[in-house]
Design a protein around this ligand. Structure first.
Ligand SMILES: [Zn+2]
Length: 361
């Protein structure tokens, strides 16, 4: 028999003190909520209330779990807000005052490292950290700069990639050494925090760098056929409109660096983007110079089922608005949307062919 809403309301009211007390005790000793740890803590917690049924006990456990989760979430949110405000404040010369950091505080040292490095750049580059986020277990940093300046683009790309690779061996929650782990989602955490992820996938431990997933036949199978994509629904981006307007920076127009030195050219996708860049002209060329690295990241991170691709591409491109040298027009976005989607479609086709070839072996 289902418990009635009246019964639930009565239980919650009558035992609220005990629910809160149980939740607070757990929250005081845990920085993160993990189902497995919670289950072990709460089992039998209300059974001394012998006047209640087993079903009542279950409902009280559920309520206490919700309260504990809420308390931990609020405490974590406050700690993270404080830490990121301090980071922005201490590095006001190189980090935007409204930089958005959508990641765990375990990676804050990586952001400090990025800030220290940006501080060494020539003033003419006008380089600023505009934000950072967690994406498929990696720390992705957004840096605005004047790509027309000699050496600027390759150095900024190198810094972004260095931070991303370092994040793959550092716990996003506490900063201890960790590795990429896969459950219903991807996250880089230490052994101690692995418990927040719930049940692991069978291929957990096989991947050190999610940007290499695109070469795996089994994962391709997931994406294209079985519908068991790693991210069957990717997390929605928090596309925060930029508060306050940036001074308009000139758009980059020239190919200023030594090609062999360009980190973008170290992967086949990056090389193709770079070649397209210099074969295009006008606005389109400017957009590819500015967003080449973002486009590459977005192609490599496109671990979504085909039916979610439109939404994925739209969210990626709208996420770049906050970092654009100048506001993106509707036609700018339309171009970026089409270009990115085209690269992803080609990549999926390449994966399909590769998979077919492996099957026929
Ligand atoms: Zn940790």
């Amino acid at each position: 028999m289902m418990m009635t809403d009246e019964r639930k309301a009565w239980l919650r009211g009558a035992y609220l003190d005990r629910i809160i007390e149980t939740a607070m005790h757990y929250a005081a000793n845990h920085t993160h909520f993990a189902d497995a740890e919670w289950e072990a803590y709460i089992v039998g917690a209300f059974e001394y209330l012998i006047e209640l049924t087993a079903e009542d006990h279950g409902y009280l456990r559920e309520q206490a779990g919700y309260e504990a989760w809420q308390r931990i979430r609020v405490a974590l949110g406050e700690a993270s807000q404080t830490a990121f405000s301090k980071l922005r404040h201490n590095n006001g010369d190189v980090i935007d005052a409204d930089a958005n950091f959508a990641l765990g505080i375990g990676w804050i040292s990586l952001l400090q490292h990025a800030a220290d490095r940006v501080r060494t750049y020539p003033e003419g580059w006008r380089a600023r950290i505009a934000g950072a986020k967690e994406k498929f277990g990696c720390c992705v940093v957004h840096i605005g700069c004047d790509y027309d300046q000699s050496g600027c683009r390759s150095e900024v790309e190198r810094l972004r990639e260095e931070v991303r690779l370092r994040s793959l061996s550092m716990c996003e929650l506490c900063g201890e050494s960790g590795r990429l782990r896969l459950s219903g989602f991807a996250k880089t955490v230490c052994d101690q925090h692995a418990v927040v992820m719930g049940e692991f996938r069978e291929d957990d431990g096989r991947w050190a760098d999610p940007w290499a997933w695109n070469d795996d036949a089994a994962r391709i199978d997931d994406l294209l056929a079985k519908g068991r994509a790693l991210m069957s629904e990717y997390p929605a981006e928090t596309a925060e409109p930029r508060r306050g307007l940036d001074p308009v920076r000139p758009r980059p127009t020239q190919h200023v660096m030594d090609e062999s030195d360009d980190p973008l050219r170290s992967t086949p996708i990056g090389m193709r983007i770079d070649e397209d860049t210099w074969n295009m002209s006008g606005r389109e060329k400017e957009l590819l110079i500015e967003f080449g690295w973002y486009i590459q990241d977005a192609v490599k991170g496109a671990a979504v089922k085909v039916e979610f691709l439109d939404g994925y591409v739209r969210d990626e491109v709208s996420g770049w608005r906050g970092y654009a040298a100048q506001p993106l027009t509707a036609s700018d976005e339309e171009f970026l949307h089409g270009y990115l989607r085209g690269l992803i479609d080609d990549e999926y086709e390449r994966m399909r062919l590769k998979q077919k070839a492996e099957r026929n072996k």
